[in-house]
Design a protein. Structure first.
Length: 375
């Protein structure tokens, strides 16, 4: 155990109500020396026909390379997932496609259409099959690599209007977990959100879970096995952003909705994106938390100690930075996307200390999540 990490443990023990007063630097993470790369996508979903960008940051040298993806690969409202040695760009809204790129060279491997007006929102991968929750359809579009043919896993029975607004998917073993919002014509949730568990071997629904709150509004992220495993996903109320929570889902042979891991009322806003990092023996949950006040918006990085189940008393990042996404790099550094109007791009944090002196421009103002992968 390093000296600085030992100091953190002491602060955890002595802090207010067991809450840590600081965080270790990334140099305390016991990991092999690596030179990570952060990849980010951004779009302009206001301008019709406008293409988005993918840019790459050498985290070691802090050098940004803009527009690294092939022409036509990135739509005007993209989000990003990395699976193995590939990057999957989900082109939402009018993009109606998923682009698959080599994570090392950014070479185009394939682009699969999801259908007119399908509005894909996320992707999970099982072999050659892509499971794509598509808010403009009755459920989940299943695309197969090497084919232009798609099928639909029909989840219309979840919602009286036949459109369950499914927004996220994540693979756990042979199962695909899919979150659905169940909105009415005024975009108001009809009831608590649903998580459908699909058997990827048969493309049939294995079970359906009911969340403890309405409107899953984000994407699934996996909880490390060392912290109990499972998935988390945020829920959100447009009219009351400090209500609802970060929901936890138990996965495996007996999937279950496991209630709220962190309450939005404790955060003072809703979770935009969450991810995990192990520092020594401490498992940390990082969250971008937005106050939901678009006239005086704040969106900051918060920490939560999963071991003692305590929220850090203060945000890590300053109020002047309006964050929209984050990713933890293999060397422990944290890359965040700052969407501030006057100066925006990627910033890099080493514990509590920002290594960048200004946001590193992506080429467009970053606004979406998930939009960063660091590897």
């Amino acid at each position: 155990m390093t000296k600085r990490f030992a100091i953190l443990i002491l602060l955890v023990a002595c802090g207010d109500n067991g809450k840590p007063m600081s965080t270790p630097d990334a140099g305390d993470v016991d990991a092999a020396a690596v030179k990570p790369r952060a990849v980010v996508v951004a779009g302009d979903f206001v301008t019709p026909g406008f293409s988005g960008v993918m840019s790459s940051l050498d985290v070691d040298s802090m050098q940004m390379s803009q527009n690294v993806a092939p022409a036509g690969a990135i739509g005007n409202d993209p989000v990003l997932r990395r699976v193995g040695d590939e990057l999957y760009v989900v082109n939402r809204s009018g993009g109606n496609s998923v682009t698959i790129l080599d994570a090392d060279t950014f070479a185009l491997k394939e682009q699969l259409g999801t259908g007119a007006s399908s509005n894909p929102n996320d992707v999970a991968v099982f072999g050659d099959k892509l499971y794509i929750p598509a808010a403009g359809t009755a459920g989940v579009v299943v695309a197969t690599r090497g084919s232009t043919t798609t099928t639909l896993i029909d989840l219309s029975s979840l919602d009286p209007d036949g459109n369950p607004e499914c927004v996220s998917a994540y693979r756990v073993g042979n199962d695909i977990y899919v979150a659905c919002e169940l909105l009415d014509a005024t975009f108001t949730p009809r009831e608590n959100g649903k998580v459908v568990v699909i058997d990827a071997m048969t493309d049939t629904v294995r079970t359906t879970l009911t969340l403890s709150t309405p409107n899953p509004f984000g994407v699934f992220e996996p909880i490390p096995a060392s912290a109990g495993g499972g998935l988390v996903i945020p829920t959100f109320d447009f009219l009351a952003p400090a209500t609802r929570c970060l929901e936890r889902i138990t996965t495996g042979a007996s999937p279950a909705a496991a209630g709220c891991l962190v309450q939005n009322s404790d955060l003072g806003g809703y979770v935009v994106h969450a991810t995990f990092q192990q520092v020594g023996t401490t498992q940390l949950l990082w969250m971008i938390v937005n106050n939901g006040d678009f006239t005086a918006e704040t969106s900051r990085l918060h920490g939560y100690d999963l071991g003692n189940q305590s929220l850090w008393p203060d945000a890590v990042t300053p109020v002047e930075q309006v964050l929209t996404d984050l990713a933890v790099c293999p060397d422990g550094l944290i890359v965040v996307a700052d969407k501030t109007m006057t100066a925006n791009g990627l910033r890099v944090y080493d514990g509590l200390t920002e290594k960048t002196t200004m946001p590193l421009a992506v080429g467009l103002r970053p606004q979406a999540s998930p939009a960063i992968a660091c590897y």
